[in-house]
Design a protein around this ligand. Structure first.
Ligand SMILES: [Zn+2]
Length: 294
């Protein structure tokens, strides 16, 4: 079954191009926005991702969110953690804030009935690759992850000292950590990090490599984004499905790959240029339908 949705806002103030007038003034807006773009799963921030902040909803809202989700979507939902979180950091204060923030996200996920909390490993900023990966694993081990919630390590574009660009990094943290962790591949990040997803052969090779290094059984989500930059540039800028350097052949190969049939696709495509999430959802649905009729 095709699971596709978008990263949507939970607040009324930050309405994207896809949103006319949401009927709610709380976290249920996120459910409404998926329905509007014809999505059946999706991703949210629980608060502004640019600042250290607690998730902004109360128990009653959480209950409403669960109910609306049950009635309107197939799921799953993913919570994307704050951009400030850096699990690889060698700095004690930043590590403490990161663990604290992640704990609040996994607790929020439990309250909302959200299955996944997605996080970037972060940057080692001088600790070295080995040191950074060890920091990440031990930071994750400090979390008390509630039953029913899984933390996903997201693949990175690999700029500067950021880790997670290499599938090997993700595999090593999965291995070192005592937690049951899984993985989210961001297609724009993986492409920027050097995995060629622009052709059917490239997609096949990348998935085989992922399976060898990490294991496809750990792949629980794909951030489906095309890339504004070429393969291997480490530059992270998302484009609409089929309109970037990954292009139509690569995107088609991804969304129709038999190994990815049931993996949820979450769009993080641009929202400021008038081409909506709905347009991207429609495109992906067309790729699947065209495949079915071949
Ligand atoms: Zn992403």
């Amino acid at each position: 079954m095709l699971r596709i949705g978008a990263h949507v806002s939970i607040s009324r103030s930050k309405t994207g191009s896809d949103s006319s007038s949401p009927p709610y003034d709380d976290i249920r807006n996120a459910v409404h926005r998926q329905v509007e773009i014809d999505g059946n799963c999706g991703q949210i921030f629980t608060h502004s991702p640019q600042v250290w902040q607690d998730p902004s909803f109360d128990d009653e809202e959480a209950e409403l969110f669960r109910r609306e989700t049950e009635e309107n979507l197939d799921g799953p939902w993913v919570i994307h953690s704050s951009y400030l979180v850096n699990l690889c950091t060698p700095k004690d204060d930043l590590r403490e804030k990161s663990v604290d923030s992640m704990q609040k996200e996994v607790d929020a996920a439990e309250k909302l009935g959200v299955e996944y909390v997605n996080v970037h490993l972060g940057a080692h900023t001088g600790a070295g690759v080995d040191g950074g990966l060890e920091n990440a694993a031990s930071a994750l081990d400090e979390l008390e992850i509630p039953e029913g919630v899984t933390v996903l390590l997201e693949s990175d574009a690999g700029a500067g000292t950021k880790l997670g660009g290499d599938f090997e990094h993700l595999a090593r943290v999965l291995d070192m950590s005592e937690q049951d962790l899984d993985v989210c591949i961001d297609t724009a990040h993986a492409f920027a990090a050097g995995y060629d997803l622009s052709s059917t052969v490239g997609v096949e090779n990348t998935l085989r490599e992922f399976d060898d290094v990490v294991g496809l059984e750990h792949l629980q989500c794909i951030h489906l984004n095309d890339s504004k930059h070429e393969c291997g540039t480490n530059k992270d800028e998302h484009a609409h499905v089929g309109e970037g350097h990954i292009g139509e052949e690569g995107m088609r190969a991804l969304v129709t790959h038999p190994d990815l049939e049931d993996v949820p696709f979450v769009l993080e495509t641009p929202t400021e240029d008038g081409k909506s999430f709905a347009w991207n959802v429609e495109r992906v649905k067309e790729f699947r339908e065209e495949q079915a009729t071949v």
